[in-house]
Design a protein around this ligand. Structure first.
Ligand SMILES: *Cc1c(COP(=O)(O)O)cnc(C)c1O
Length: 430
């Protein structure tokens, strides 16, 4: 099929990027389990290596199964191109790499996946990069945190671990005014619930490990480019605007226009950093995405039922689900994620740290794992696991204090999940 804006989401999640295999007619996207591709002749090989012709050279850079997934995710997000990589964390480095340099900083939300807080506050320092964390509800603080060395603004659409919603329109107005790209991690929302590019995002990153694959089988990541940022407007982004010595002085922005970031991601990012997605992982994720909208509708329906039940239960102090009328983020739902506030939220359990640990150990359907976005319901006590490396202040700022558990609601029967929580809460608060 030809992909076009006339097709709806449910059609595109199955067909975008996929066409019957030209060699065999295979209807499902084949797993191209190959490392390299035969050149037609020496001229063809030279043209590919010069980026004068687009084609397959070596699977560290491009692979047809991965390419189908890239096109599908880019289409669902409304971007011009996408680069898949080995994990969500790899996607974050791939997104920042062309923008940053020694001495440069990213202004990031304090509400992020725990691993991202660690990656940004510790590991990126080894590259000479730094992150400034601010509360993204405080728009003046975001504005004030951007300085001459800021090369990106970073947040999650539906933010970990509390399921808080970021006002992407307000944040993109700030990043636009500063001439800095906005990167939105859309992992918890997925393009079915939220399309960050429509709210001004420059780049969208995903951990495809989560809802896009949907069944907890493979890790993967993706960087989607809106194609809307003018990298050559000033000298802030030399990797994209200035001559690239590794390609005979080619300028990505000039040569590839709106696809500059995507081509740079493949030709420099994957080629030299090597954080490649393998074709098996791309296959599982392509299969998962086919049912994304159906799963997300059920995730949201279940999350709403369970969040309401927990909120009314005397054994809990509060529930952070933005779908609840009591949430300060409820007013952002129709604007940012009109089909629902996702299925990720935290619950404060009466009895603090000890009760949380007992709750996690007493559940039978919910699994205690460091993952989210699975068909299965999952729970984690963030303070003793994913957010363990954070200081007490960072844990509180991230909404992952000691008396809080994070739930990722699956697509099982909601009544069974409620019964499971009921028996476990009884043990935890006895
Ligand atoms: C899981 C996750 C990541 C990291 O992705 P990996 O695939 O585990 O590397 C980043 N952001 C969010 C919101 C996540 O949930």
């Amino acid at each position: 099929m030809t992909d076009g804006p006339t097709y709806g989401f449910d059609t595109l999640q199955i067909h975008a990027g996929a066409r019957p295999d030209p060699a065999t007619g295979a209807r499902q996207v084949p797993i191209y389990q190959t490392t390299a591709y035969v050149f037609r002749d020496a001229d063809h090989a030279a043209a590919l290596f010069n980026l004068q012709e687009v084609g397959y050279i070596y699977s560290r850079l491009t692979n047809p199964t991965v390419a189908a997934l890239q096109e599908r995710i880019a289409t669902l997000e409304g971007g011009v191109g996408a680069v898949c990589c080995s994990s969500g964390h790899a996607a974050q480095i791939m997104a920042l790499f062309p923008l940053m340099g020694p001495g440069m900083n990213v202004v990031a939300s304090s509400r992020l996946y725990g691993g991202t807080v660690t990656q940004f506050s510790q590991t990126i320092k080894r590259f000479g990069w730094s992150a400034t964390f601010v509360d993204f509800d405080d728009h003046e603080a975001v504005k004030a945190a951007i300085d001459d060395n800021t090369r990106a603004v970073f947040c999650e659409a539906i933010a970990n671990p509390g399921g808080h919603i970021t006002d992407l329109d307000a944040i993109s107005a700030i990043s636009d005014a500063a001439g800095v790209p906005l990167i939105v991690d859309n992992t918890s929302a997925t393009p079915y619930l939220c399309r960050p590019i429509e709210h001004g995002a420059t780049l969208v990153v995903h951990s495809t490990t989560k809802y896009l694959t949907g069944n907890g089988t493979v890790t993967g990541g993706c960087v989607v480019d809106s194609g809307k940022f003018d990298w050559a407007a000033n000298d802030k982004f030399p990797s994209l605007s200035q001559p690239e010595p590794a390609y005979h002085g080619l300028k990505f922005a000039e040569t590839f226009g709106p696809l500059a970031f995507t081509f740079h991601g493949i030709a420099i990012g994957l080629r030299d950093l090597g954080m490649t997605m393998n074709p098996q992982a791309a296959h599982y994720t392509l299969m998962g995405i086919e049912t994304l909208s159906l799963r997300m509708d059920r995730h949201v329906e279940n999350a709403m039922k369970i969040a309401k039940w927990l909120e009314d239960d005397p054994r809990t102090d509060y529930v952070t689900y933005a779908g609840l009328d009591s949430s300060p983020y409820a007013k952002l739902v129709p604007k940012i994620c009109p089909k629902g506030a996702g299925a990720l939220f935290t619950v404060a359990v009466k009895g603090g740290y000890d009760a949380c640990v007992k709750l996690v150990d007493s559940l039978e359907i919910f699994s205690h794992v460091a993952n989210l976005g699975d068909t299965r319901s999952l729970i984690i006590h963030s303070a003793s696991t994913t957010h363990r490396q954070l200081t007490a202040e960072q844990q509180e700022a991230a909404g992952a204090g000691p008396g809080i558990v994070r739930l990722s609601i699956g697509i099982e029967d909601a009544d069974d999940l409620i019964a499971d929580l009921d028996q476990a809460l009884a043990k935890a608060t006895a």
